[in-house]
Design a protein around this ligand. Sequence first.
Ligand SMILES: [Zn+2]
Ligand SMILES: [Zn+2]
Length: 315
Amino acid sequence: MSQVEVKILESSLETRVNPKKHTFAKDEQIDWVGAIPFMLVHIVGVLAIFTGISWAAVGMCIFMYYARMFAITGSYHRYFSHRTYKTSRFFQFILALWGASSAQQGPLWWAAHHRHHHKFSDEEQDIHSAKLRGLWWSHVGWILCKKYGPTNEEAVKDLTKYPELRWINKNHGIAPFILASAIFFFGVFLQHAAPGLHTNGIQMLCWGFFTSTTILYHGTFCINSLAHLIGRKRFDTGEESKNSLILSIITMGEGWHNNHHRYPYSERQGIYWYEIDMSHYVLRVFSWLGLVWDIKLHPEEIYTEARTGHKEVTA
Ligand SMILES: [Zn+2]
Ligand SMILES: [Zn+2]
C-alpha cells in the first residue's frame, strides 16, 4: 500500500470512528445510577462462569439469544416499528411480550426511537448516528442517557391505541422477570429430573438469562453502531447504512441494513436468496401457520435499482 493510500485509509477511518461533528448537550450525559441494572446484567453474565458450565446451560444461552433476537428483529423492528406484516391482536400482544423479554424496554419506546432513526438517519437529530456521534455513543452511550428514556408517543400513535401495548410498554420489566424465573425453575427441575446434565437453577439462570441477555444487548446494538460503519453499500441512501453478512448472522438478518434503509417497507431485508435473513424465514413459517399474513416484500424496481445502480425515475 502506498503512502497516499495509507493516508486516505487513515483519514476515512478517522471520520468514520472519530467524528467530531456532534457536540453533546449537557443533558446528553450517561446516567450512571440509572445504568446500574444494565451493568449488573453484564456482571452476572460474566460471573456465570463461577456457576460451572454444562451443555444444557450453554444450549439455553444460545437458544435464548436467538429466540429473543427474533423478538427484536421480527417483532420490535419489522412489526412494531415498520408494520411490514399483519397479525391478530392476540398475536400482536404475544409479540410485544416476547420483545419485552429481551430487556430492551417496551415496544412503543423501541418503535418510536427506531422511527426517529429512519427519519433522521445520520443527520444531526439522529440519536445514535455512528457517523456524527462516534462508535461508543451509537453502540451503548445513548441507551444509558436519561434524556432518551421516555417514549415519544406522538411517533407511535398507531400503537398507543392498544391499551395492552401501553401496559407492556409501561411495565416492560415484567416479561424479563418472568422469563428469568422460568429459566431458574427449569434449571431446578433439570437438576432433579436429569442429574446427568450437571446443571441447576442458578447455573441456568446465569447462563440462560444474564449471559444470553448481555450478548443479546451487544448483538442488537451492533445494528445501531457497526451497521452504519462496516460492510458494503449497495444503494445510495444518502446516509451511512451498509450490508454485512456477519452482522446478518449475528442479528438474524438485520445486517442487510443498507437494503433496509433503501426500502424499510419490506419485511424481508436480504433481497437475494444468498442474503441470509433468518427472521424472514421464521416469519414465513409463521405465515404458513396462519399467525401472520400480508408480508410486504421488495417491489421489482428495487431489484432493478440493485442491478443497475440507478433509481427508476417516475413521472
Ligand atoms: Zn440505520
Ligand atoms: Zn428499521
